[in-house]
Write a protein that binds this ligand. Structure first.
Ligand code: NOJ
Ligand code: CA
Length: 558
């Protein structure tokens, strides 16, 4: 166990509550139906009131938006649709002035195919230094007609694309682990290493508190780029060995990035998006000379089951304690089906970065899913470590299932041969007002209709709006605000010890310093200890009875 330090003494990232903003979908300040930097700035008071410690902004760099910014054309500027670099600098400063840290999303595994480096590589031809910044290879077969190996892209289909050379004939192939428009960089190339270091410094100089590192387990590929050994059983379970994930080389990069972060004042940090398991593999990203946080994705793959959740908590905490790092809980992000749906329908992640199985929405019991999602939030906010929240979860929005097919934009939709609707359903623009004008308050343009936002909002979307929940006792927004305020005032919440409480096989319960306890009930109603004073709960509670699917924070008074 790491030595217990007071909140003022310990680095902020050990137990921060970080709120993820998907900039395209947060708030539109200029009426074009697309979220932007000024929109985010206009919502800083809302974020301050919510009580989060930091915001993480999904990529906001110039991008042709084939994967909504995760295809970066220039790492040192702002997407014109989102605003300007000057506006971003103002946002960082104003957030800092309010005591809100801001972290940006860095995408080092691949660039956009529009990046000037990739365009130069296409022109320069085989064997050139320009091509060496990417993963170009000759094809197999007599005419090089076959891809260099059997790797498949995460979004579906072959991970290799053949280019047309200057002579007008098909030539080399390049690797793209994601969309065709996202060519993988070659991390053996010193120019790539140096450029990304410059990118980190560029944003650190502008006052960001740190970085979320996209595909942090993917930058290095196994030497010789060997075929994936096909094992149908392992493929079904998503446990297949992939020669492009979790290679040793990434750790050298993080050791050098750590030195850069530490050379700036104010506990700058980075969090890895590393889809690796088991927890011991995650722990390797947060060794004391590497990164500070790594998302714990265990809760994205969990069923609503006391035993499973308890085991996952134990494994996660134990593995990270070995290296002295805090856990970083995640129940939602822009890649997975919303927790309201997941926890009710029993959806689990199926191996890769997104939930490919979306379940049968007709079976969704929305009231039960909402209660479970709220209980899950209270649970993670009471556990040791930090928590990453995703915009909209403070409103308990469900997954949007009725986006018309011709409006789906996730590259996964096309690359899966139109069989997987992809991730648009968790990216629909925020509902700020119940009034549909301005796409439920998403846009300053009052005549913008909900279906005219960049992703259409459904007619029912306004029932989740901020203004219907604001100040309403028992609303999800009120629950989050209350829980975050309590968490701020409790010195022992966040980083620090926890003790399990035995309260039956269908209950997850634990105690934290300050006679604080959290109970989550997965089974039939239970009685809370008679000396418990309720601080906040995820659903109505009468007396000391904790109903099914409900979570509660209590003070155990003596
Ligand atoms: C993970 C990101 O979270 C996801 O949205 C993106 O599509 C892939 N990385 C590729 O950058
Ligand atoms: Ca806009």
């Amino acid at each position: 166990m790491s030595p217990l330090k007071s909140r003022k003494e310990r680095p902020w990232w050990r137990d921060a509550v970080t709120y993820q903003i998907y900039p395209r979908s947060y708030a539109d300040s200029n009426g074009d139906g697309i979220g932007d930097v000024e929109g985010i700035r206009s919502r800083l008071p809302y974020l301050k009131q919510l009580g989060i410690d930091a915001i993480w902004i999904s990529p906001w760099y110039p991008s042709p938006q084939h994967d909504h910014g995760y295809d970066v054309a220039d790492y040192m500027d702002i997407e014109p649709d989102y605003g300007t670099l000057a506006q971003a600098e103002t946002l960082i400063k104003e957030a800092n002035d309010l005591g809100i840290k801001l972290i940006v999303d860095i995408v080092p595994n691949h660039t956009s195919s529009d990046h000037k480096w990739f365009q130069a590589a296409l022109k320069a031809g085989p064997g050139s230094p320009e091509r060496d910044r990417y993963m170009f290879r000759d094809g197999k077969g007599p005419n090089g007609d076959l891809p260099p190996n059997n790797w498949e892209a995460v979004f579906g289909g072959c991970a290799w694309e053949r280019v047309i050379e200057a002579d007008g004939k098909p030539g080399q192939w390049y690797l793209h682990l994601f969309a065709v428009e996202q060519p993988d960089l070659n991390w053996e190339n010193p120019e790539v290493v140096a450029h990304l270091e410059d990118v980190l410094k560029f944003w650190l100089d502008r006052g960001v508190a740190g970085f979320r590192i996209d595909v942090a387990h993917g930058m290095f590929k196994e030497a010789g780029l060997p075929d994936i050994r096909k094992d149908p059983a392992a493929s079904m379970l998503g446990t297949e060995h992939k020669p492009f994930w979790d290679q040793e080389g990434v750790h050298d990069i993080y050791r050098s990035w750590r030195k850069i972060l530490d050379s700036y004042p104010g506990d700058r940090m980075a969090v890895a998006e590393a889809w690796v398991s088991p927890s011991e593999r995650i722990a390797r990203y947060v060794r004391s000379d590497e990164l500070q946080n790594s998302f714990n994705f265990e809760m994205l793959t969990t069923l609503w089951d006391a035993k499973e959740i308890k085991t996952k908590i134990n494994n996660s905490i134990d593995a990270l304690e070995e290296v002295g790092a805090p856990t970083s809980w995640v129940f939602n992000n822009h890649d997975v089906v919303r927790s309201v749906d997941r926890l009710d329908l029993g959806l689990t992640n199926h191996g890769d970065t997104t939930l490919s199985r979306q379940g049968d929405p007709k079976k969704l019991n929305i009231a039960r899913g909402t209660l479970r999602a709220r209980s899950a939030a209270l649970m993670t906010l009471a556990l040791p470590g930090g928590t990453y929240l995703y915009q909209g979860e403070e409103l308990a929005v469900p997954e949007v299932r009725d986006i018309p097919e011709d409006r789906l934009t996730d590259p996964r939709w096309k690359m899966s041969g139109f069989s997987d609707r992809g991730r648009d359903g968790c990216r629909v623009p925020m509902p700020w007002t119940s009034n549909p004008a301005g796409a439920f308050g998403f846009s300053t343009n009052a005549s913008l209709k909900p279906e005219q936002a960049w992703l259409p909002q459904s007619s029912w979307w306004g029932t989740y709006a901020v203004d219907t929940q604001d100040g309403v006792e028992g609303s999800t927004l009120s629950m989050y605000r209350k829980a975050l305020a309590i968490r701020k005032g409790e010195e022992g919440l966040g980083d620090g010890p926890m003790e399990w409480i035995e309260a039956g096989k269908d209950v997850v319960a634990f105690e934290r310093p300050g006679d604080f306890a959290c109970y989550i009930n997965f089974g039939a109603p239970i009685e809370l200890p008679s000396n418990s004073q309720v601080l906040v709960s995820s659903g109505p509670i009468t007396g000391h009875t904790l109903p099914t699917d409900t979570a509660v924070w209590v003070r155990l008074v003596s």
